[in-house]
Design a protein around this ligand. Structure first.
Ligand code: NDP
Length: 260
């Protein structure tokens, strides 16, 4: 059984993984035996990330790379192949959100979200798939969202991007499943990370943020998720345990999608 979930000998690239969900997922993959490489858009975050992994007992290699820049991604993947080896597992984690009412959002802001949350996973997948085909296997995990299924006020670009990412996941599974590449998604619910910190800020009178109260009320688990809640599902989707699972989104949401 242990072998089924083992990632010994595997190389995993987790994008945007200096902290937050990416860091938790990469740490989980490392504990299962994988060698971790990660990137971030800012050099100081890469350095902080390397130090944080070291503190956790993980020897991770970090690269500075903007995942929306196709040439930079191709150069990073080539460098990883040279310095570490062929990537067996890609986790498309880097993402941004802009909470702006749709009619107040500029087309440039909308495009920026689509660029990071949808175009970048396409660019990264495209960069690793040829070597995965040559190697005879590969796992791609796209970090989607509950917003792959729902719409909400102020997240039009994010929902459009994450809905698109769900369909890109299914398409990669269909197109490359014959090469023993499995592409699945993880759809986190509301997870306590810097990205969602503004939604947990206390009001001037000390009461909970209305959205914080909404999450607690609507989530059957009655809490926010923690980044570590994503590690088990990620290890499963990165390992041989999921070899016949392809093109699916695993929602890790404390049950909120089943309830609202
Ligand atoms: P964070 O904002 O905490 O982390 C995202 C990471 O992506 C940061 O390290 C950020 O770097 C990096 N990043 C952003 N843009 C780029 C880029 N162009 N190139 C390289 N790296 C980039 O987010 P979370 O940890 O909260 O989220 C991780 C993923 O999970 C995202 O895809 C998000 O959409 C998804 N998700 C999160 C949920 C939540 O509740 N937190 C819920 C559902 C989905 P930097 O900080 O240096 O800019």
């Amino acid at each position: 059984m242990e072998k089924l979930f083992s990632l010994e000998g595997k190389i995993a690239l987790v994008t945007g993984a200096s902290y937050g969900i990416g860091f938790a997922i990469a740490s989980g993959l490392a504990k299962a035996g994988a060698t971790i490489v990660f990137n971030d858009i800012k050099e100081d975050f890469v350095n902080k990330g390397v130090a944080a992994y070291k503190e956790a007992g993980i020897d991770a290699k970090g690269y500075v790379c903007d995942v929306t820049d196709e040439n930079a991604v191709n150069a990073m993947v080539a460098q990883i192949e040279k310095e570490v080896g062929i990537i067996d597992i890609l986790v498309n984690n880097a993402g941004i959100i802009k909470r702006i009412p749709m009619c107040e959002m500029s087309a440039a802001e909308f495009r920026q979200v689509i660029d990071v949350d949808l175009n970048a996973p396409f660019i990264c997948a495209k960069a690793v798939i040829p070597s995965m085909i040559k190697k005879g296997h590969g796992k791609i995990i796209n970090i989607c969202s509950m917003m792959s299924e729902l719409g909400r006020e102020t997240v039009s670009a994010y929902a459009a991007a994450k809905g698109g990412l769900k369909m890109l996941t299914k398409n990669i599974a269909s197109e490359y499943g014959g090469h023993n590449i499995q592409c699945n998604g993880i759809g986190p619910g509301y997870i306590a990370t810097p990205q969602t910190a503004p939604l947990r800020e206390r009001q001037p009178d000390g009461s909970r943020h209305p959205f914080d109260s909404f999450i607690i009320a609507k989530t059957p688990a009655a809490r926010w998720g923690e980044p570590d809640d994503l590690t088990g599902p990620a290890v499963f989707l990165a390992s041989d345990a999921s070899n016949f699972v392809n093109g699916h989104i695993l929602y890790v949401d404390g049950g909120i999608l089943a309830y609202i």
